[in-house]
Write a protein that binds this ligand. Structure first.
Ligand code: AMP
Ligand code: MG
Length: 410
């Protein structure tokens, strides 16, 4: 089997995964879910012309030429708080006191902020004056939020495949969308493997390490919008690996994610179990860290096997597993946003597409990066101390200080 590029491997994974079925949820349960249908505004937003300031609703023409030395005085015929529909009409020489968010009365075409008038009484409960003197002209539309300026009735405000964020829920609430169709959240069965692994509660024993990957990966999975089924630790034995994989099947996992046991060691059973019980699509990718990345299926359930080294597992997650979960959850694939950073030290690579742990800082608008900690794939502290992954393209072996490269901010 030839060595796949990172892009080829990701494409192969995404091609094998389909969005899960849709379900209907109340708005308050929909954060981080992905829309299964586009949302169309069923009315204009805002739904009526309203004031963006506390002030006076006026006819702009009435204030033409107003200055501090040539002020204009208007009669105040009404007081319009937020939440009511005004019944009066503003005619030449008239105005109405108006609050932020209150409906603009018919006839008025602008609002003059209270600060630009001689009306200085801002006390709570102060009555509107009988007249107001204005020292400034306004243009029609000033301090008015026009009906439909945010969104028009019939306009698509959110496309299908959109991951719902806090601000999206606010917009849907404004539009009165209380229930919506979203994709089901992917159920991911997670296991670690290796005879050296012990649960984190255990005291250290000679030759053993605590199972870190379960914790890193389940936090990443939840962050990516997945439901995690924790299977625990498989021993380096075929029957133990199969027992946990069968538990994943019994729990109707949409995808199985494992770490370790996919190198070429004598006890790395995962690849052979896939070959016997499913499909081994590929098991090596031209990247660093994380070359022994395994993909296939176990008894028909898609399977991604990350390398065991904690840094490799983390990087492999960001490069392959996050997009895979987004696909299952209903999102179309979009390359993750990159930023350009300037290297503050020389960087060596080995020609594979490399993801180096770095600390990115901003000085005067320039992002500069230096490597964080020891870059060995077992050194988790490098990601703990870093805040970014530098992406060194395949084929590049050295980059001098001062050169630029792409980075993912973490
Ligand atoms: P392997 O892929 O099985 O060859 O493991 C590679 C390295 O990763 C070994 O040093 C393992 O001890 C380590 N490793 C594997 N799984 C974990 C885990 N869950 N937590 C911490 N280290 C691990
Ligand atoms: Mg192992």
């Amino acid at each position: 089997m030839s060595l796949l590029s990172v892009d080829e491997a990701r494409l192969l994974i995404l091609e094998k995964l389909k969005p899960l079925e849709a379900e209907t949820l109340p708005l308050e349960k929909s954060a981080h879910r992905v829309l299964a249908t586009a949302i169309t505004a069923n009315h204009d937003l805002p739904a009526f012309d309203n004031s963006s300031m506390d002030g006076f609703a006026v006819i702009a023409d009435d204030l033409s030429g107003a200055t501090p030395s040539t002020p204009r005085t208007l009669s105040v015929i009404a007081d319009i708080p937020a939440g009511i529909q005004p019944t009066i009409t503003i005619r030449a020489g008239q105005s109405a006191r108006i609050m932020t968010g209150a409906a603009l009365p018919p006839g008025a075409d602008a609002v003059i902020p209270v600060e630009e008038t001689d009306f200085k009484n801002r006390d709570l409960g102060a009555n509107a004056p009988d007249s107001v003197t204005v020292m400034q002209s306004v243009k029609p539309g000033d301090s008015v939020r026009k009906r439909g300026m945010d969104a028009r009735k019939g306009q698509i405000v959110l496309p299908a495949g959109h991951g719902l964020r806090a601000q999206d829920l606010g917009l849907l609430a404004m539009l009165g969308v209380s229930r919506l169709k979203v994709y089901r959240q992917a159920r991911i069965a997670l296991l670690s493997s290796g005879d050296e692994l012990i649960p984190i509660e255990s005291p250290l024993q000679p030759g053993k390490v605590r199972d870190a990957n379960t914790y890193t990966l389940s936090a990443l999975l939840e962050d990516a919008g997945a439901d995690v089924i924790r299977l625990g630790i498989a021993a380096d034995r075929r029957d133990s690996v199969m027992e946990l994989l069968d538990t994943a099947c019994e729990n109707s996992a949409d995808l199985i994610l494992s770490s370790a046991g996919v190198s070429v060691g004598a006890f790395d059973f995962i690849k052979s179990v896939l070959e016997e019980q499913g499909i081994l699509e590929f098991w090596r990718v031209n990247m660093r860290p994380g070359k022994p990345l395994t993909f296939g299926n176990y008894k028909g359930i898609p399977f991604i096997g990350l390398p065991g080294n904690p840094v490799s597992a983390f990087v492999g997650f960001e490069v392959f597993v996050r997009p895979a979960i987004e696909r299952l959850n209903g999102m179309p694939y979009r390359a993750r946003l990159r930023v350009r950073v300037r290297l503050s030290e020389q960087i060596e690579s080995d020609g594979r597409e490399s993801y180096l742990r770095a600390e990115v800082q901003e000085h005067d608008g320039v992002l500069s990066a230096r490597l964080a900690g020891h870059q060995g794939s077992g050194n988790l502290l490098s990601i703990v101390q870093g805040n970014a992954l530098l992406i060194i393209p395949a084929g590049v072996k050295s980059l001098a200080a001062g050169k630029e490269t792409d980075a993912w901010l973490l």
